[in-house]
Design a protein around this ligand. Structure first.
Ligand SMILES: C[S@@+](CC[C@H](N)C(=O)[O-])C[C@H]1O[C@@H](n2cnc3c(N)ncnc32)[C@H](O)[C@@H]1O
Length: 260
C-alpha cells in the first residue's frame, strides 16, 4: 500500500475535508493521485486554472471525485453503445459530489442532466462551480431517493436513460478481499432496486464506479440479471485497490430479489 497516498487521504478526509484547496494543495493531490502535479483536472479545467477561475474543490471531494479525463472517456463509450433511444434520454447523477461526471456526460451527449447531492457544503460548492461554468446540470440538494421520485414522469422515460451510481464506499472499500459493493452506503443492490422501482422497471443504462480490487461476487450479486456492456479501466497510477474502474450495464426489468 502507498503511504504518501494514505497520508494525503487522511488530510483530505480530516483537516482539509471541508476546506477549498489551494493551487499548491491541488498540485500535491495531483502528484500523488494522478501521477503529476498538474494532472488533477475537473470540468475540463486543469489544476493550474481551477482557483484562478474561482472554482472550488473541497478536500473530501478532491479525494472522492472522478477526475478528468475519465468522465469524458465514459461519455464516449456511452455514445458508442447502441441503444433504442425512444424518447430523449436523460442522465441522472445520483451521488454527484463535484458533479464532474454529469457535467461531461451532459456536454458530450446533449442530454438533460439531473444530479443529487445530500451534503449541504458539497452541494453549495458544486452549485457555485456549476454556476461559474454555466453548466446545464440541474443540481438538487437532496437524497438520491427524493430526486428519483422528482424526475420527469414515466411516459417521458427512455431505455437510453443513464444513471451514474457512485455512493460513498466507507468501510466497504477496505475489506480483506477488496471493495464489497454490497456494503456501500447505501448498499449497491438497494440503490439499483430504488432506480428500477422509480421507473417502473423500464430498462436503462447504469454506470457504476468501483476501484480495481473488488469482491467480484459483490458486483455480480448486485447486478444480477443486468447485461454487462463495458468496463473501462484507466491506466493505473496507484497500487491495486486505489485506482478507479467504471462498469456500464443495461439494467434489466427485474432484479432477482425484486418482489414485484
Ligand atoms: C463518492 S462521492 C461521489 C463523487 C462524484 N462521483 C464526483 O465525481 O465528484 C459520493 C457523494 O455522494 C454524497 N451522498 C452520500 N449519500 C447520499 C445520498 N443518500 N443522496 C445523495 N448524495 C449522497 C456524498 O456527500 C458525496 O459527495
Amino acid at each position: 500500500m502507498s503511504s504518501p497516498y494514505f497520508a494525503l487521504r487522511e488530510r483530505l478526509l480530516g483537516p482539509l475535508r471541508d476546506q477549498p484547496l489551494t493551487t499548491d494543495q491541488l498540485y500535491e493531490a495531483g502528484r500523488i493521485i494522478c501521477g503529476h502535479p498538474e494532472s488533477l483536472s475537473l470540468y475540463g479545467v486543469p489544476a493550474a486554472e481551477l482557483t484562478a477561475r474561482g472554482l472550488r474543490v473541497l478536500g473530501r471531494t478532491a479525494l472522492e471525485c472522478t477526475k478528468d479525463p475519465h468522465p469524458a472517456a465514459i461519455a464516449e463509450l456511452i455514445a458508442e453503445i447502441q441503444h433504442p433511444l425512444g424518447q430523449r434520454p436523460m442522465v441522472v447523477d445520483l451521488f454527484c459530489g463535484s458533479g464532474n461526471i454529469g457535467h461531461h456526460l451532459g456536454r458530450r451527449l446533449g442530454h438533460p442532466v439531473y444530479a443529487a447531492e445530500r451534503d449541504p457544503l458539497v452541494y453549495a460548492t458544486t452549485r457555485h462551480n456549476l454556476d461559474r461554468l454555466d453548466s446545464s446540470v440541474a443540481l438538487h440538494h437532496a437524497d438520491y431517493r427524493e430526486m428519483l421520485t422528482a424526475l420527469p414522469a414515466l411516459p417521458a422515460r427512455s431505455e437510453g436513460d443513464i444513471y451514474v451510481v457512485d455512493p460513498p464506499w466507507g468501510a466497504a472499500a477496505f475489506t480483506p478481499d477488496g471493495l464489497d459493493l454490497t456494503r456501500t452506503a447505501p448498499p449497491l443492490p438497494e440503490i439499483l432496486d430504488d432506480v428500477r422501482r422509480s421507473r417502473d422497471h423500464l430498462p436503462c443504462l447504469v454506470v457504476i464506479k468501483t476501484n480495481d480490487r473488488i469482491v467480484n461476487s459483490s458486483l455480480d450479486n448486485s447486478l444480477g440479471g443486468a447485461v454487462h456492456l463495458h468496463t473501462f479501466t484507466p491506466e493505473p497510477m496507484l497500487p491495486p485497490g486505489l485506482n478507479a474502474e467504471f462498469h456500464i450495464y443495461r439494467l434489466s426489468e427485474r432484479s432477482p430479489s425484486s418482489s414485484r
